[in-house]
Design a protein around this ligand. Structure first.
Ligand code: C5P
Length: 233
């Protein structure tokens, strides 16, 4: 088990490229995130192969359905032996409680976290849904709801970590994408933070994709980021 705070996003179309990248990294230095594209293409077999290499996995499938269906999906995901799974907080309290209950009955329960508001959604997008909260108010409301429902944490932008850390306490996991080391390209991310700033702001784990996966030397990029954050309390 690693104590690294880095989760490398394996945003690849299939097993071959994902495994090739994983071979260039080390389970001592990071965990890996498998999302909808890769899991849909490669399935549980790939998860087994990655876990056999020693990696702990965040299965990022963002379940959102009626409570019973979400709970059963979470249970099935938990039984794959992954380290972390997630649901959409917008599924509501009953759905999150059912998911938490289902997961906690597993022999080796994964961490269960919630996506609050997708960072792709701005004020106009949420107003169009009939929601009158600002995006910030909504993120805080949904994070508190996830915590009250017994979840272990939320995915949030690095910009939100300070506020959520204040309201949700030190034990609640804050998992933050949109991380860019100073020398990295922004790619399609706009509101980014450096790894050390995100950890200082209260992030528990950093989800990092292209700055590592597209680096000339992914292992060196990972080592460099681990180095930048290792002494921050
Ligand atoms: O390559 P990059 O570091 O931008 O990858 C970030 C990862 O985090 C991707 O897998 C992306 O889907 C995910 N993510 C994100 N923003 C969110 C939620 C997830 O970038 N709000």
């Amino acid at each position: 088990m690693t104590d690294s705070k880095i989760i490398v996003a394996l945003d690849f179309p299939g097993a071959a490229s994902a495994l090739a990248l994983a071979h260039r990294l080390s389970p001592e230095l990071c965990r890996l995130k498998v999302g909808k594209e890769l899991f849909t293409a490669a399935g549980p077999v790939l998860l087994e192969q990655l876990m056999k290499q020693g990696f702990e996995l965040f299965l990022d499938l963002k379940f959102h359905d009626i409570p019973n269906t979400t709970a059963q999906a979470c249970k099935a995901a938990a039984n794959l032996g992954v380290w972390m799974i997630n649901v959409h907080a917008l599924g509501g309290r009953k759905m999150m409680e059912a998911a938490q209950h289902a997961v906690s009955s597993c022999t080796c329960p994964p961490k269960l976290i919630a996506v609050t508001l997708l960072t792709s959604m701005n004020q106009d997008d949420i107003s169009e849904l009939g929601i009158t909260d600002s995006p910030g108010e909504m993120v805080l409301r949904l994070a508190k709801l996830a915590q009250e429902s017994g979840l272990d944490g939320v995915v949030c932008s690095a910009m939100e970590t300070q506020l959520l850390r204040k309201y949700c306490g030190s034990k609640f996991s804050l998992v933050t994408p949109g991380i860019r080391p100073l020398e990295s390209s922004l790619d399609d991310q706009s509101r980014v933070m450096t790894p050390d700033a995100a950890i200082k702001a209260g992030a528990s784990y950093l989800v990092i994709g292209r700055p590592i996966t597209k680096a000339m030397d992914p292992l060196q990029a990972l080592l460099d980021i681990n180095q930048q954050i290792q002494n921050i309390k």
